[in-house]
Design a protein around this ligand. Structure first.
Ligand SMILES: *Cc1c(COP(=O)(O)O)cnc(C)c1O
Length: 430
């Protein structure tokens, strides 16, 4: 067999990467290690683990075997060198920004992002002077134009929540490279089954595992992936990663862990100091969800495409934002980056405005009115009054979530039943 055919492919890794039968008991499913502490063999071993001179478990705030299995699996699927699991997607974004920057630093951000990320960025700006520099548009040139000497990173989503816009990751990563900046990509809406941002030059990939990775809408979680590709030592700007840590006997992360420096910094600062770790139970449920990710994403994409095509031709619908359909804005980028389809979260607008959008949502019977996305069940929400309510009107327009807009997250039900439900709800709209 050639080396290439021995490398497990994506669906195999989704089931096996990072977890093996339990050596102690033979248990085939990943055991859930509900323990805060781990007994040390000696005081020397305890001291070594604390000082990062050797690896090992000490206290589950910093790492736990069940959580570590999830971290290894997501890292494998993303093609990353290491991953750090955290308590939510929100804390994944927070820890990345806090690990990369200190007060007074700035980062270029996409103008189209998940509402919770925009809200967090605004709060961090106001209270901690971490400045988002929003690009004027979505093209690589727009991102480049926003860069200043204070810029420390570029942040975007691979597929944008909620409007399904597919970003030009290769173009944006070329800009990042030219300016010596790490590219951070939130890959929640694509999942590694549709896009692996590291293959296009991303240095850090974040996930809300609450969505497609978990898949069943049961647990909140997040993951930070370190591609191991960025050279942090070229400037003194990333001093949390490159400077000695006096409280760890002068540990220099980039020297001791050159391939996973960012992940180690996130773990020491983000988990040991700040503390938003993931519960072993939630890690177990997420691992189980990931086992079926490739299969689910195929069906999510097929169902979303059929529903979007139905809506596009409906007389009460003004527009549909799903670049997987022919003739849509962003079609070329969608074809290039997501030949399977741009996921299953998208927006559409009703000709009858806000009243029609609200009537539509309240008339759905099979599709649930709730705020999550990426679940097996189909979901609908009115973003202008919920997920994106903090945005000013012009920001809502930039995020394409006006009052007439509905966000759908298409699940895995029989698509005929989904279209029938949407059809009866549209019939009730004036
Ligand atoms: C949901 C979401 C988040 C936040 O994740 P939580 O797990 O809800 O905290 C971050 N980014 C994107 C793109 C999301 O959709």
């Amino acid at each position: 067999m050639s080396a290439e055919s021995r490398t497990p492919r994506f669906a195999t890794q989704a089931i096996h990467a990072g977890a093996a039968p339990d050596p102690a008991t033979g248990a085939r499913a990943q055991p859930i290690y509900f323990t805060n502490g781990f007994v040390f063999d000696s005081t020397e071993q305890a001291a070594d683990i604390f000082a990062m001179r050797r690896t090992g478990f000490s206290y589950s705030r910093g790492s736990n075997p069940t959580v570590a299995a999830l971290e290894r699996r997501v890292a494998a699927l993303e093609g990353a060198k290491a991953a750090v699991a955290v308590s939510s997607g929100q804390s994944a974004v927070l820890l990345v920004l806090m690990t990369l920057m200190k007060s007074g630093d700035a980062y270029v951000a996409s103008p189209r992002l998940f509402g919770g990320s925009l809200g967090l960025m605004r709060r961090l700006d106001g209270r901690y002077d971490l400045k988002p520099q929003f690009a004027k548009g979505l093209s690589p040139a727009d991102f480049e134009a926003a860069i200043t000497p204070e810029t420390r990173a570029i942040v975007c989503e691979s597929i944008v929540n909620p409007c399904a816009t597919v970003m030009d990751l290769e173009g944006i990563s070329a800009v990042a490279r030219r300016h010596g900046l790490p590219l951070v990509v939130d890959n929640t809406l694509a999942s590694p089954a549709l896009i692996r941002p590291i293959e296009y030059g991303a240095d850090i990939v974040v996930h809300s595992t609450s969505k497609f990775l978990g898949g069943s809408g049961q647990t909140i979680g997040g993951v930070i992936c370190d591609a191991g590709s960025f050279d942090w030592t070229k400037t003194s700007a990333y001093n949390l990663i490159t400077d000695p840590w006096p409280d760890y006997d002068g540990l220099v992360i980039t020297e001791r862990f050159p391939e996973i420096s960012f992940a180690v910094a996130c773990r020491l600062f983000g988990l040991r100091d700040l503390g938003p770790g993931l519960s072993p139970m939630n890690a177990f449920l997420t691992l189980t969800g990931i086992e079926t990710l490739p299969l689910r994403m195929e069906r999510h994409c097929a169902n979303a495409r059929a529903v979007a095509a139905y809506l596009k031709d409906h007389p009460k619908v003004d527009w549909v934002s799903y670049p997987g359909l022919p003739g849509q804005p962003g079609e070329a980028l969608a074809k290039r980056y997501v030949p399977q389809g741009p996921g299953s979260i998208f927006t559409f607008a009703l000709k009858g405005g806000e009243a029609a959008a609200i009537r539509f949502i309240m008339s759905l019977e099979l599709v649930s009115h709730l705020v999550n996305i990426g679940e097996i069940k189909s979901l609908a929400i009115h973003p202008a009054t919920t997920t994106h309510r903090q945005l000013a009107d012009d920001e809502k327009a930039a995020a394409c979530v006006g009052p007439e807009t509905v966000r759908l997250s298409i699940g895995l039900e029989s698509v005929e039943d989904l279209i029938a439900d949407i059809e009866q709800a549209l019939a009730k709209v004036g």
